[in-house]
Design a protein around this ligand. Structure first.
Ligand code: ADP
Length: 477
């Protein structure tokens, strides 16, 4: 993990990129100037090489080596132009036809033609303290071979290149230093709102989750960051409130049976009772204890589901087969409430990813509710069908129904409608929360719908793992 602050890293990146850019630009321009100057010098050398060849060709017929040497002395400047006397010529015997003073004084060996390649060799050299650009080649003129070395003084060019190099190497660090300082200052300014937000977030504790960050209307990343943090705070706040409510409701719900148990026991202990009275008290206590243990069981189920969300091992199961095996128990339960029961299933297997026992629990909760909230005579129906990629289970009843404005709330923990409370069905208000949690763990959804007349429909939708049924293939049980 990097220990450097974003500010320092940003500045370093910026300065690094600038250094590479500046370096690249300086090197490219230096190289372009260097190349064009040397190209001009080389073009001059090529011209002079051709001039030398023509000069030798003119002088060769009827002249001895001695005479040609004299001609070189007398006419070289005329033939090649002023300032171009930096030349060294020798024939294949090693006789020097002409040699500039600079070469002689510096002891530069004559260019023996037989040792030279056919292609002209260009090079830079320092001779007697002077900077030269030289070309060395052999010339074949009228059947004789000569070695020629031509040079141009490039001191001025080197001076010009030096004067170009100087500012580049001197100015670049200064520009970079300014860029570093400027970059640091700019990133410090740009990141200041982040520091402010960090400070504000640090002030928020579990007791002040209602606090929100100021959102700058800049339309940039900072505005998005502030909005994102605020929406996270919204979710945290809602979750904290929900936990608080849940704890309060759970304590409240647990207190009732505990109080009843205590009161029953205290009353029984006040004086000596008959055997029947003791039996009645113990029966009441057992009922309250059972109600309490059911509540604790439901609370535990929800707490585990909250903690292990997504950890339920899901395997491909045939939903039709599962419901077919669970239906007899549901039918028995319905009959015990004085209700009829019917089942409609697809003829073919309908494969979903699920956990058999957990899905059975879901069906038990929905069927128990249908029993609790459907006065006899009435009817409960399980109906399964599928569309392209979903399997749907409808649990319908002909009971008291759920008012449209309460259909979303009944899945909240401990929420019970007034109609349900009035019936005193002995419910805890946790059944549908558990159902919702089960369906969510199966990546599905559950909603309550009205039937239009009396009764309600609880519709569970699950994703299909594999479709092996005809969409309309339904076989009544
Ligand atoms: P409870 O233990 O009270 O049944 P649930 O969480 O199972 O708790 O249900 C929450 C509330 O939803 C119930 O109190 C009841 O008001 C309503 N409800 C659930 N199922 C039905 C149903 N089949 N018909 C009408 N109302 C229902």
């Amino acid at each position: 993990m990097s220990r450097l602050s974003i500010r320092t890293r940003l500045t370093a990146w910026y300065a690094g990129a600038l250094a590479v850019g500046l370096g690249g630009l300086a090197a490219t321009s230096y190289w372009a100037v260097h190349r064009s100057l040397h190209a001009a010098v080389d073009a001059g050398l090529r011209g002079r090489l051709e001039g030398t060849r023509q000069f030798i060709a003119q002088q060769l017929p009827g002249h001895s080596v001695r005479q040609i040497t004299d001609e070189f002395q007398d006419h070289l400047v005329l033939a090649l132009g002023p300032g171009f006397s930096l030349i060294q010529v020798c024939d294949s015997t090693g006789t020097v036809l002409y040699q500039a003073d600079l070469f002689r004084e510096a002891g530069v060996p004559p260019p023996l033609p037989d040792a030279l390649p056919a292609m002209p060799q260009y090079e830079e050299a320092r001779v007697a303290g002077r900077q030269l650009r030289m070309v060395t080649t052999r010339l074949d003129v009228e059947g004789r071979r000569f070695g020629v070395r031509l040079a141009t003084l490039t001191d001025d060019i080197e001076l010009a290149l030096d004067s170009l190099r100087g500012p580049v190497f001197l100015l670049a660090p200064i520009v970079l230093a300014f860029a570093w300082i400027g970059g640091y200052w700019i990133s410090a300014r740009a990141l200041r709102p982040v520091d402010t937000m960090t400070g504000a977030v640090q002030q928020i504790t579990s007791r002040s989750l209602a606090q929100r960050l100021a959102v700058p209307s800049t339309g940039d990343e900072l505005q998005r960051l502030a909005e994102t943090l605020n929406s996270m705070l919204d979710r945290l706040d809602a979750a904290f409130r929900q936990i608080g409510r849940f704890t309060a409701d759970a304590s409240h719900e647990l207190r009732t049976p505990v109080t009843l148990i205590r009161t029953s026991a205290e009353l029984a202990l006040r004086k000596t009772r008959t055997l029947d009275e003791y039996r009645q008290t113990l029966t009441d206590i057992a009922l309250d204890a059972e109600r309490m243990s059911m509540l604790v069981e439901d609370l535990l189920t929800l707490a585990r589901a909250d903690q292990d969300m997504g950890a339920l091992p899901l395997a491909p199961i045939d939903l039709s087969a599962l419901l077919r095996t669970t239906a007899p128990e549901a039918e028995q339960r319905a009959h015990s409430c004085g209700l009829e029961f019917s089942l409609c299933l697809p003829a073919m297997p309908l494969i979903v990813f699920g956990d058999t026992s957990v899905l059975q629990r879901l069906m038990t909760i929905l069927t128990d509710n249908a029993c609790k909230y459907t006065p006899p005579p009435g009817r409960i129906e399980w109906c399964v069908y599928s569309s392209d990629d979903t399997a749907t289970i409808d649990v319908r009843d002909t009971g008291i129904g759920v008012a449209p404005d309460e259909r979303a709330r009944i899945f909240e923990r401990f929420y019970r409608t007034d109609a349900a409370r009035a019936r005193d069905s002995g419910g805890t208000g946790l059944g549908l929360s558990i159902a919702h949690s089960i369906v969510t763990q199966h990546r599905g959804s559950i909603v309550a719908e009205g039937t239009g007349a009396r009764g309600s429909v609880f519709r569970v939708t699950l994703p299909v793992a594999a479709r092996r049924i005809h969409p309309l293939g339904v076989s009544p049980a």
